[in-house]
Design a protein around this ligand. Structure first.
Ligand SMILES: [Zn+2]
Ligand SMILES: [Zn+2]
Length: 387
């Protein structure tokens, strides 16, 4: 049966290469990926998927389903297709989007025999305001048993961890006054922001080493002779897991309240972007995927890198067994978010890698549907590591 999957892939892999190249030539920013979404949706509909677009109130999100109507697990492949300003597909989401749609179609060719359901989810705006967050919140994964996404990189790496992250804005309001003639009448909102930075810098000594706190001053006054009545700071606060992050965020907020008290300014705290949870890799699913990736001819899959970034797949990994591994573009040292990375995604070699990634994901779905033992193991690991 696995051999059959390979033969099915041979019959439409040219189409996958064409889609990925099309996405590369038509890069679209997050939540504006209309052409890219359409290209993928057309492909899925050609292969008898039932598609709903605009889910979770995101116009460029979609859910595509192929249901064998026979008992069995539901396997989801997550498709990203947002690009970056200036560098286009410098993160290679043209490959991600195509590999996931391709894996879904490929697995759909055998589910009428083996049972189960295949879902391809179009998940916009990974680089900015990841749609996987509202998807995880609004129950999109409730009827899904496993979720996979495969990201290109310089070399292949196992699925690893990522940091939980909150994006917090502190807005202080004070009172203007002549900064030299009547400073005693003013309330200095910029001073509150400066005290906030100082307090956070003191906090750094007393948090674990995985914590990252980094911020900017968005607004800090308009003229040196006017006491600033408005100052705004934006921070990202990150930590290894959600519960510790919540503790750290509480401390950071207390510092902000202290800064408001010290200066007499009023404080308004808000989240300026969606919060990401830490990525919990399901080891059972990850090992299964790695084995399948090696079986496609990828020579080496390295251990996961230490990662201090944050991904919206983290939120997914808290509601369903999930992996976010990397497939190598045979370019050690190639750096993401560059034009060079984007250009590497459309080479002949990268087309072959696209096919391998597609096949490895489909094979993993096949194993989950047909191998009860590994499916149960994945689920019991999930119950132990999450919730
Ligand atoms: Zn990126
Ligand atoms: Zn990316």
């Amino acid at each position: 049966m696995k051999e059959q999957l390979k033969l099915h892939l041979d019959s439409f892999q040219d189409k996958l290469w064409e889609i990925s190249d099309y996405l590369y030539h038509h890069p679209e920013l997050g939540d504006q990926e209309f052409q890219s979404m359409q290209k993928l949706v057309d492909f899925l509909e050609e292969h008898q998927f039932t598609v709903e677009t605009g889910i979770v109130e995101r116009p460029t999100a979609f859910k595509a389903v192929f249901d064998s109507k026979k008992a069995g697990p539901t396997i989801a492949y997550l498709s990203e297709y947002d690009a970056l300003p200036e560098v286009g597909h410098g993160c290679g989401h043209n490959l991600i989007g195509t590999m996931s749609a391709g894996a879904g179609v490929l697995l759909s060719k055998v589910v009428n025999e083996i049972g189960g359901r295949v879902v391809v989810l179009g998940t916009p705006a990974e680089e900015t305001n990841g749609a996987k967050v509202p998807m995880a919140e609004q129950g999109i994964f409730d009827d899904i048993d496993a979720a996979m996404i495969l990201h290109p990189a310089d070399e292949s790496y196992e699925s690893g961890e990522s940091l939980a992250m909150d994006a917090i804005q502190f807005e202080f309001r004070g009172l203007t006054s002549h900064a030299a003639a009547s400073p005693e009448k003013g309330i200095n909102a910029l001073d509150a922001v400066i005290q906030l930075f100082n307090g956070i810098n003191a906090l750094r000594q007393h948090v674990t080493s995985d914590v990252r706190i980094h911020g900017i001053i968005k607004e800090g006054g308009v003229a040196a002779n006017i006491v600033p009545d408005k100052a705004v700071a934006q921070f990202y606060v990150r930590a290894k897991d959600r519960s510790y992050l919540n503790e750290v965020v509480e401390k950071v907020k207390n510092i902000a309240h202290g800064a408001a008290l010290m200066t007499g300014a009023e404080l308004h705290i808000s989240n300026y972007e969606l919060s990401y949870d830490d990525m919990v890799t399901n080891k059972t699913l990850s090992d299964l995927f790695t084995k399948n990736l090696l079986s496609t001819g990828v020579r080496e899959v390295k251990k996961a890198k230490d990662s201090y970034g944050s991904i919206d797949m983290g939120n997914v990994s808290h509601v369903v067994p999930a992996i976010h591994p990397y497939i190598g573009l045979d370019s050690p040292g190639l750096i993401a978010h560059t034009r060079e990375f984007a250009d590497t995604t459309i080479t002949e070699n990268s087309h072959k890698i696209l096919s391998k990634g597609t096949l490895a994901m489909a094979l993993t779905g096949y194993d989950l549907i047909t191998n009860k033992e590994v499916f149960e193991k994945m689920n019991s690991e999930f119950r132990q590591t999450v919730k």
